[in-house]
Design a protein around this ligand. Sequence first.
Ligand code: B12
Ligand code: SF4
Ligand code: SF4
Length: 425
Amino acid sequence: MSRSDIKTLTADIKNHAKTLGFVCTGITQPQTTHDAEKIQYWLQQGYAADMSYMHKHLEKRLDPIKLLSSTKSIICVAFPYAENISDSTVIANYACGKDYHIVVRERLKQLAEYIQKQTDLLTYKIFVDTAPVLEKSLAQQAGLGWIGKNTLIMHKNMGSFVILGEIFIDVELLADTPAKNHCGDCTKCLDACPTNALVSDNQLDARRCISYLTIEYRGSIPIELRTKIGQHVFGCDICQTVCPWNIKISKINVGGIKIPVASHGGFLFLDKISPARQSRANGDSRGAFRPLPLRIPKRKVPRGKPRENRFAFYPKKEFTTPDLITFFLWDEKTFKEKTHDSAIQRIGYECWLRNIAIALGNLLYDVKSSTYLGYPELAERGAGIFIQKIIDTLQQRLNHPSELVREHVIWALQQHKTGKYPTNI
Ligand code: B12
Ligand code: SF4
Ligand code: SF4
């Protein structure tokens, strides 16, 4: 292929990726990563905690060609889940909708099949968080964004609320320029992390990270970290929500809900555009960015298109406005049913109960502010009654067959015994 053909094909692939809902697509070549020393240091320090898989296949992580020897280009994509953003911290935003592994993989497959039709591409491999691939380093090299001090890929216009994915292909494409870092002197994410898991610029100690503790870790949560976990039951978004590059996006307010709106593969700032253009942007047929309050009538879904194609990560209300007591009383069958197509299911029922026990143990009444920590709206309902309800709920799991669950329930009950309550209970 001539350079001009390569250029045309690259632009065509990027355009098609846009129609599939990817807000940003970049290309990099499969060169050896420059991060070898940083990664080895990270592993040596024990920052990978119990994620033993992070130690495996290091040579493949450092050199993508070892994953697929025929690779000539790596297509890196970012898929947004900004539609999931809610005020609740209980379930991390990325997990409030359908499992991203399924959604993003399915779309990358469509992109790969499209490329196959345009070229004589023979071999390709799709990755979404599933293999020894340094997705953030590749995304940075492909110009998608820089690696922020919170260790996540940050794009100037779309922030960090994106899922990354890649297609390794045996076709030559035009590589993009690596993204420059725009964190500057900011340290907001480092300052906000409740467990001090961000130990230095771009280094995360997973042993202290709420995301790791609630999603990856299967054991007993270290006592000294439990109160810091607050109401986080699955994952944590604090180091993203405080980031000025995300706040800039979330300032956009549609119908009372802060949400970014997509157009031309990026985000439009609603306060800077006309109402007519706003509604066109809201009507984006890809639907991946549709603001929460706008429920789309069924008849508007184009014929022949699967519904999930438009509502990729459409968040479940149950998870964006969570009820910890109801969650805690689900039996295992209900847990499996409710999370059947969600990333939440991977933690399993036992860890689900473990995490909620901690969250309930942290639902203490704060005398100073007269509110429940984590549930300010419950202040009017009567402090004593609600605390009693939490205690009764926790007691229902005191005889749970799992020692892990029982131990966390006892801890939570002790928290309430020693917690600060209003004098009327
Ligand atoms: C292991 C893992 C975790 C672990 C460890 C996180 C971590 N920071 O490493 C835990 C369980 C804690 C975790 C949590 C989360 N994760 Co996670 N996780 C991964 C996974 C599987 C591997 C990441 C990895 O290789 N870490 C190892 C270390 C060595 O790598 P690193 O952080 O990339 O840092 C090295 C390099 O960046 C390099 N480096 C440092 N500075 C610079 C600068 C430049 C210019 C370059 C090139 C390199 C570089 O040196 C660092 C070594 O210290 C990836 C998927 C994947 N296969 O990549 C998803 C992934 C990183 N996770 C993701 C998400 C969404 C999350 C959460 C937001 C989920 C949540 N809401 O709870 C949190 C965020 C926590 C955080 N602040 O990082 C997304 C991030 C998307 C994005 N915008 O960047 C990914 C990419 C999955 C995906 N396919 O989208 N995760
Ligand atoms: S995800 Fe939460 S606990 Fe982990 S580094 Fe970010 S703020 Fe800290
Ligand atoms: S909060 Fe500040 S330091 Fe952290 S990633 Fe965002 S810009 Fe960078």
